[in-house]
Design a protein around this ligand. Sequence first.
Ligand SMILES: Nc1ncnc2c1ncn2[C@@H]1O[C@H](COP(=O)(O)OP(=O)(O)OP(=O)(O)O)[C@@H](O)[C@H]1O
Ligand SMILES: [Mg+2]
Length: 278
Amino acid sequence: MNTPVLSAQDIRKSYGRGANRFDALKGVTLDVHSGESVAIVGKSGSGKSTLMHLLALLDNPDSGTLSVNGTDATSLSHSQLNRLRNADFGFVFQQFFLTPNASVLDNVTLPLRIAGMGARERKTRGMAVLEQLELADKAKNRATNLSGGQKQRAVIARALVNNPAVIFADEPTGNLDSVTGGIVEDILFSLNKEKGITLVLVTHDLDLAARCDRQLFLHDGLEEPGLEQSGAGTRPVSVSAPASAPVAAPASPPVHAPTPGTPTRRGRHAGTEQGGAE
Ligand SMILES: Nc1ncnc2c1ncn2[C@@H]1O[C@H](COP(=O)(O)OP(=O)(O)OP(=O)(O)O)[C@@H](O)[C@H]1O
Ligand SMILES: [Mg+2]
């Protein structure tokens, strides 16, 4: 079986202390292989976003291990971690939204700027992804003036601009009407199928989850036993899949803010720090 792009073994995460402590994840194990699409499903408060943040190396688990392409995340320095996230991950998170007064192009190319790329190449690459998402005519608009669906497409454009190995999407269609949500879904799945970008998706929407290769159902911080499904049926936790992915190694915790995604699939590229973003 190939080395998973992402591997979480018995990860736990609590918030608060003492009487206020809340155990948001109580031991979850999940492997995600290159090219897969995996949905994390569960009701509000079940720990979906917490799990996604840990998988995306945006926060550290209290216990358990997280590996990226076989490298233990705790062995990575802070700057290696930032580089990895900026180069290999793309984020479609509502909280990593767009900088309202910056142009659409500047928002979309932020990961490239963080990676140290020059202005001309940033523009070329930024315009290419905006074309792909049918937003090229909005490149100079301020992000605040886009419609909801256009904003979500701009967030996807930013997640794509570095050619990521993995896209993490937390309720990517949550605020959209069904038609626009369907368009955004189709974009994400076409990136998965046609470009082989691994997709990790958090959703309440069971129809959307069913489009993924596998579903991990969370209930009160635990995987619901026997519910992980794959295509037409249930199956045990991890599954294998094609492999090949970037390089990586994670380490300390960030918790931080935005970080638009980005990436380089298969390890090319040489990003630089990245940090928050919007
Ligand atoms: N920073 C925090 N401090 C305290 N509790 C937190 C914190 N972040 C999350 N929690 C709690 O951890 C639990 C899991 O939160 P999480 O955001 O992962 O849920 P979720 O499944 O994504 O829910 P939703 O579908 O509503 O987004 C919730 O009960 C939440 O209140
Ligand atoms: Mg959530």
